[in-house]
Structures are given as C-alpha cells and as structure tokens.
Design a protein around this ligand. Structure first.
Ligand SMILES: Cc1ncc(COP(=O)(O)O)c(C=O)c1O
Length: 388
C-alpha cells in the first residue's frame, strides 16, 4: 500500500491533539447533565456557560446569540426551517443560490414541496459566484429569508457575502450564510463582518471534533425550533448538550480561526503548483476561480473520465481526493455545482484537491508526477465503458 496523501481537507480535518486533550475531562470526570440542579449537574452547567461565553467573546456576539448544534447540517436546517416558519405570516418567498451545500438546498426543496414556500435559486457565473444585482432583482415584498454560502465546498468560490448581507439588511430581509467552509480558511475579525443575521459554523472543518457546530443568531431574531422536548439552548434546540464536543468546538475556534489554520501564504504556492501541472494534462480543465477562491482548493474536470474511476485511481496511489461533496461520493450523480457553472458534459468528472495544515511541497510534487497516468487510465476506462 503506498503512503497516504490526504488532499481532502474540505471533507474533514483530523482532530487536533490539544483540542482532544481539552475534551478529555468531559468524557470522564465532568459527566453531569447541565440541566440537573444538584452539584454534579451544576459543574457541567458551569462548563457549558463558560463555553458559550468564550464562543460569544471570540465571535463578537452575545452568549444568548450562540446555539450549539451537532454540526453544519443542523445549523443550516435550524437557520432555514426555523426562520422560514417563524416569519411565514410576513411572507413565503425565500432566496438561495444554485451552488449551496445539500444541507441548504434540500431544506429549501422541502419547504417548496411540502409547505407552500416559493423559492428563487439564484444563478452563478462561470466561477460559481452570485451577482449582487441578481439578488437585488430577486427580492420581493414577501421575501423573508436569503441564504448564500460564504465559500463553496466543491470549487472554493468565495461569495461577496458582506455585500449580499448589506442588501438584505437594507431591505429588511433576514440573511443567513453557511460559513462552514470559510472558517479557518479566510481572515476573521468579527461575526459582524458577514452582515448576516444567521451564520453556520462546523468544528470538524478546522481540527475540531465531528458532531459539533454552532448557529449564530443575531438578536432579536427567534427562529422556530426544529427539535422539541426541552427548553435547552434558550428554547431553540431541545436535547441534553454534548459537552465534550462543545468544548472541543470552542477550543478549536480559539486556536484555529485567528489566524486561520489554513495559511494562505503556505497553501497558495502548493495549490498553484498543482494548478499549473493540471492545466498541462490533456482533457483537464480547472473549475476553481483564479481569484476570490479558498487558497487550499483546486478543482478540475476531466473530459472522457468519470469521478468514480478518477477517485479509485487516485486512491490506489494513496491519494485522498473528492469528486464533489463527500455526501454524494459513491454515487454517480452529477455535481450540481459543476452543472450550475455551465459545465454540463463534465459534471460527472470533478476532482477536488483540498489541502491543509499538514500538506507538503513534496506531496504536491508526488501528486503532480502521478496525475497524468491516473487520468490517462481513467480516460481509457471511460472509453472502454462507452464502447469506443
Ligand atoms: C458548505 C458546507 N455546509 C454544510 C456542511 C455540513 O456540515 P456537517 O458535516 O457538520 O454536517 C458541509 C460539510 O461538508 C459543507 O461543506
């Protein structure tokens, strides 16, 4: 078995040992239920309150504006279902984009199909970017919520979120951004920089634990809950709080966001080298934008090959990549992001390399040396499959 080269940091990152160490006491001695009134429970409650205060301080928010969730998917679901339903008396028109993660897109699909909402899905340009003018045109008097991601998981496009948020604020429309891929990769100062009322964050994308995230909810917005059964999280999310991962999330936030653990200065030359090498391979076309793109992400499509053969070929060489969002790996569904940027014929052949903290120049050199042959083999398999 060749050595492992992990170029799939947008799917997940390894748990940092120091983060794991701070979680340890909450898997052992501090095990109480924060809702219990006795001293064992009160000890857990104190830790939970402290974690919320620290998260709020770090983000520049009020503690009551932080809702701990089990990750990015739940944060998105709470933001979208909770807000759409809470404001439905005001209007039932919602806006999103065509390149969102499925954890956003499928919430809107559900609301459209089952609850009578009208959805506008904004188009994107060839780089996967939403135009502020398109948002302005799409807003209606009955629009209550707009949800546009901060950075795209498949091709790395950074959206003009602050501008989109400012437009919404001016028009009195709630703005949500899925910033799951953005945190830890771009410079963060304060949660206010997004001009958003709702921001989704997920710990395992920046060396925190899986199953941990948060939703920032700017007061006084009060989305309807999507979980029922208790008054936890300020009446917004029922269920006994998962202290070990909440602590892991908070420590990872404090450690890896300011400065960003995905260092642009280190990663840019590495992804640049990959990009130059990919450009020279017959049939390959880069689909990540040249500017306003996550520095760790290089995505490309391969004419005449499919994502599964490409992933398998890379994996045989020890290289972990992705053919789109991890959630659709294993299926041959075309990438909705590649379709949205107008590359219909190549939507089944996406390859995403996403680098991170431990990626090295030597790994990049190795991938560049092996890639032409892996691609040639996948194209041959594609030819054989199509009977050419
Ligand atoms: C942009 C984006 N949103 C949401 C999610 C879902 O996050 P989680 O894995 O925490 O449910 C992901 C995960 O890949 C993502 O990339």
């Amino acid at each position: 078995m060749p050595r492992t080269i992990y170029f799939d940091y947008n799917a997940t990152t390894p748990l940092d040992p120091a983060v794991r160490a701070t979680m340890q006491p909450f898997l052992a001695e501090i095990w109480g239920n924060p809702s219990s009134v006795h001293h064992v429970g009160r000890k857990a409650r104190a830790a939970l309150d402290d974690a919320r205060d620290r998260a709020a301080k770090f983000l520049g928010a009020k503690p009551s504006e932080i809702i701990f969730t089990c990750g990015g998917t739940e944060a998105n679901n709470l933001a979208i279902f909770g807000t759409a339903r809470a404001l439905k008396a005001k209007g039932k028109h919602l806006i999103t984009s065509s390149v969102e993660h499925h954890a956003v897109l499928q919430c809107f699909d559900y609301l459209e199909k089952n609850e009578g909402f009208a959805i506008t899905r904004l188009p994107v340009n060839l780089e996967g970017r939403v135009a502020v003018e398109d948002l302005k045109r799409a807003l209606r008097p009955d629009t209550t919520l707009v949800s546009i991601m901060a950075a795209n998981n498949e091709i790395g496009t950074i959206q003009p979120v602050a501008e989109l948020g400012a437009v919404c604020r001016e028009r009195g429309v709630i703005f949500h951004t899925d910033a799951v891929q953005w945190f830890g990769k771009e410079p963060f100062a304060n949660i206010g920089q997004f001009n958003a009322d709702l921001v989704s964050v997920c710990a395992h994308k920046f060396h925190g634990p899986k199953g941990a995230g948060l939703l920032y909810i700017k007061s006084p917005l009060h989305p309807d809950p999507i979980f029922f059964g208790g008054g936890h999280e300020n009446e917004r999310r029922a269920g006994t709080e998962n202290l070990p991962v909440i602590l892991g999330l908070v420590v990872a936030l404090e450690k890896f966001i300011k400065p960003a653990v995905f260092e642009r200065l280190k990663l840019q030359p590495l992804t640049m080298k990959l990009l130059q090498s990919i450009q020279n391979i017959e049939g390959c076309e880069i689909v990540s934008p040249r500017q306003n793109c996550l520095a760790n992400t290089v995505s490309f499509v391969v004419r005449g090959a499919d994502g599964i053969s490409l992933m398998a070929g890379l994996d045989l060489e020890g290289i972990c990549a992705s053919s789109g969002s991890a959630c659709s790996a294993g299926s041959l569904d075309p990438s909705h992001v590649i379709l949205a940027i107008g590359q219909k014929s190549a939507a089944n052949s996406l390859v995403r390399f996403s680098l991170g903290r431990d990626s090295t120049a030597e790994e990049v050199d190795y991938v560049c040396s092996i890639l032409p042959e892996v691609i040639r083999r996948a194209q041959l398999a594609g030819k054989a499959a199509s009977g050419l």
